[in-house]
Design a protein around this ligand. Structure first.
Ligand code: M6R
Length: 609
């Protein structure tokens, strides 16, 4: 998730754009940049680090322009460096582009453009866009035609805004699977990734849909589809305050991030398709160079690791152990040069995970980091990196980071299974096709079937509980752990996650009529077993809240409350079943009036031991 701001109008573009970028900071940033048209020339300014420092630097410059584009980058391809910061320029310096999203076919496009003599100055996927426009201009009648030809050749997700000295009073923008909105002011117009960027100036907005482009000047905007057919758009009046707008109208970042999961999981898949399909190598990893895997992680990322063990052992048939990084680093693990250590970390800065990685490396292991933050310490120290492309996660309670980690680890396990010959290509393809269904299944659960309302109703009944028990088995046992962690960390209610089969060895003694017991009872190889465990809870008068798939009469009969989750392939079920548990914790914490996004005693990134 990057932030785009474009401006054309009566004011100094530099100031308007910087103010807009500051309001998009919640989208994450590691570097920022600005391009202005000054005396028929494009001037570019960039800086790595905080936007405030960039602002101070720009304030010292005596520069004035009525048109420009700006960008805060949250790296997806290429490290957060000055060269990789946007805007990017064409070879002749007459076109500048900012981009949000992932250009999936950037590798072949770059090759084509290099062979035609273009020079690249960054490692970003974005830079192909500006060179492609420049190339298409050679055979086009005007900039707009070249711009349209370019967007038609891009695969992946993009929100683009471009300026050119050939038409120095216009912003050209396009959207596919990445948000972009045009703001219409009085003798001034804006383009942005999100409304807060221009909300202090105007509340009149036109949202671009996928496959639409806009040509924007200070008097307004014209809209087209990718084939240049004009599109009639509706101007919306945004009723939100600035703070509301940053959260997309949601009350907290956590709930916003929960609802972002269909998009985030889709981005994880598309961002990792190239190596998964064998179009590019997964650099730094030789599939036959190890015969065991050790996974190290903390908190929610550790729970993703527990599920990854199922993926690795069942698909790739390779033994996998999972450790809390804080334990691993002190337990003198047996590691050698035939060990692959996978560090799972959203931030890439968790001190214990980094220490575990360093220990493993010192003992000869190869390191793979599954990480969300590009350029973070874990990604720099690992031999190989798989990014999760979840976008910045602001809420301390991890939600979309978890489901995207599972997605990335599922892809890696299938890739490994194919490369090591543990599964045939067809089996891998079939399992992969199940993964492709996941974003729409989550979407259906959240938005179409409105099961979130069911979860909210149940949360209202239980928010005063002092304890809760979460049960799951097999691949959903870690989901019980994750559900309990979510509840603990934001609602401060004591909660435990347990493998349901372990109940009779102790925890069943806790159950009485006041105890909510949340059971993941989705269909799969151990469905009947978990139904028996539900009976055990019921016999002790526990209140059973069951997560089940449609058409599960056995579980339904026992449950006091049911939450229906869509049925998916068994190994993928954790990605779906965790979502009601995230919502349950969220609503309980909200009913209790707690600071959901910043729970007491917790930090987003634990950079000390
Ligand atoms: O950034 P990391 O994935 O390394 O962070 C690990 C844990 O600190 C993190 O998952 C933590 O448990 C979350 N607050 C859970 O919601």
């Amino acid at each position: 998730m990057c932030g785009i701001v474009g401006y054309v109008g009566r004011d100094n573009a530099k100031n308007v754009i910087i103010n807009g970028l500051k309001r998009l900071e919640y989208r994450g940033y590691d570097s920022a940049g600005l391009a202005l048209i000054v005396n028929d020339e494009i001037k570019v300014f960039k800086r790595v680090g905080k936007i405030r420092e960039f602002e101070i630097e720009l304030n010292r410059l005596n520069i004035y322009s009525n048109i420009g584009i700006g960008h805060t980058r949250w790296a997806t391809h290429g490290r957060p460096t000055l060269e990789n910061a946007h805007p990017h320029l064409s070879c002749d310096g007459k076109i500048a582009v900012v981009h949000n999203g992932i250009v999936e076919n950037y590798a072949p496009l770059k090759e084509e453009l290099l062979s035609k003599g273009h020079t690249f100055t960054s490692q970003t996927d974005t830079e192909v866009i500006v060179h492609l426009i420049e190339e298409e201009l050679k055979t086009s009648k005007g900039f707009f035609e070249a711009f349209l030809k370019t967007v038609n050749r891009l695969k992946g997700s993009f929100a683009i805004c471009a300026i050119t000295t050939a038409e120095p009073d216009k912003l050209f923008c396009a959207r596919k699977d990445s948000p972009l909105v045009v703001g219409l002011g009085d003798d001034e117009s804006f383009v942005a990734s999100d409304v807060p960027a221009f909300l202090p100036y105007t509340n009149r907005a036109v949202f671009l849909e996928d496959g639409e482009v806009a040509v924007v000047d200070r008097k307004g905007a014209l809209f087209y589809d990718f084939s240049r057919a004009p599109v009639k758009k509706e101007v919306m009046k945004i009723p939100w305050s600035l703070a509301q707008a940053e959260k997309g109208g949601y009350k907290h970042f956590m709930i916003k991030e929960i609802y972002e999961q269909p998009r985030a999981v889709a981005d994880t898949i598309s961002g990792n398709t190239a190596w998964f399909k064998g179009e590019i190598p997964l650099e730094g990893i030789e599939p036959s160079s190890f015969d065991r895997v050790q996974i190290v992680a903390c908190g929610t990322s550790y729970h993703a690791g527990l599920i990854a063990k199922f993926f690795l052992e069942n698909f790739a048939k390779i033994p996998a152990e999972v450790d809390y990084a804080s334990e691993y680093r002190y337990r003198n693990p047996v590691v050698n040069d035939r060990t692959l250590v996978i560090a799972i970390t959203q931030s890439g800065e968790t001190a214990d995970t980094l220490a575990a990685m360093r220990l493993a490396k010192s003992k000869g292991a190869k390191l793979l980091a599954v990480c969300n933050v590009i350029g973070s310490t874990a990604t720099r120290e690992a031999d190989c990196v798989i990014y999760t492309y979840a976008g910045p996660e602001i809420s301390v309670a991890s939600t979309k980071a978890f489901t995207t980690q599972l997605t990335a680890l599922y892809l890696f396990s299938l890739w490994l299974a194919r490369e090591r010959g543990a599964l045939g290509t067809e089996e891998v393809e079939e399992l992969y096709s199940h993964l492709l269904e996941i974003p729409s299944k989550i979407e259906a659960f959240l938005n179409r079937e409105r099961q979130d309302e069911t979860v909210k109703r149940i949360a209202l009944e239980f928010y005063k509980s002092s304890d809760a028990l979460y049960l799951g088995r097999h691949v959903n046992y870690p989901i019980a752990l994750e559900g309990a962690l979510k509840l603990k960390e934001i609602s401060y209610i004591h909660a435990e996650g347990y493998p349901a089969g372990e109940m009779k060895h102790g925890p069943i003694a806790l159950i009485d009529e006041k105890m909510p017991v949340i059971v993941v009872a989705t269909k799969g190889s151990i469905y009947e077993k978990i139904v028996s465990n539900m009976e055990e809870v019921k016999a002790r008068k526990g209140k059973v809240i069951a997560l089940l798939n449609p058409g599960s009469p056995e579980a339904e009969k026992i449950a006091d409350y049911k939450i229906e989750v869509p049925q998916v392939e068994e190994f993928l079920s954790p990605i779906v079943s965790v979502i009601p548990l995230q919502l349950f914790a969220y609503y309980i914490a909200d009913f209790l009036g707690y600071d959901v996004d910043q729970p007491r005693n917790l930090a987003k990134s634990v950079t000390v031991e």
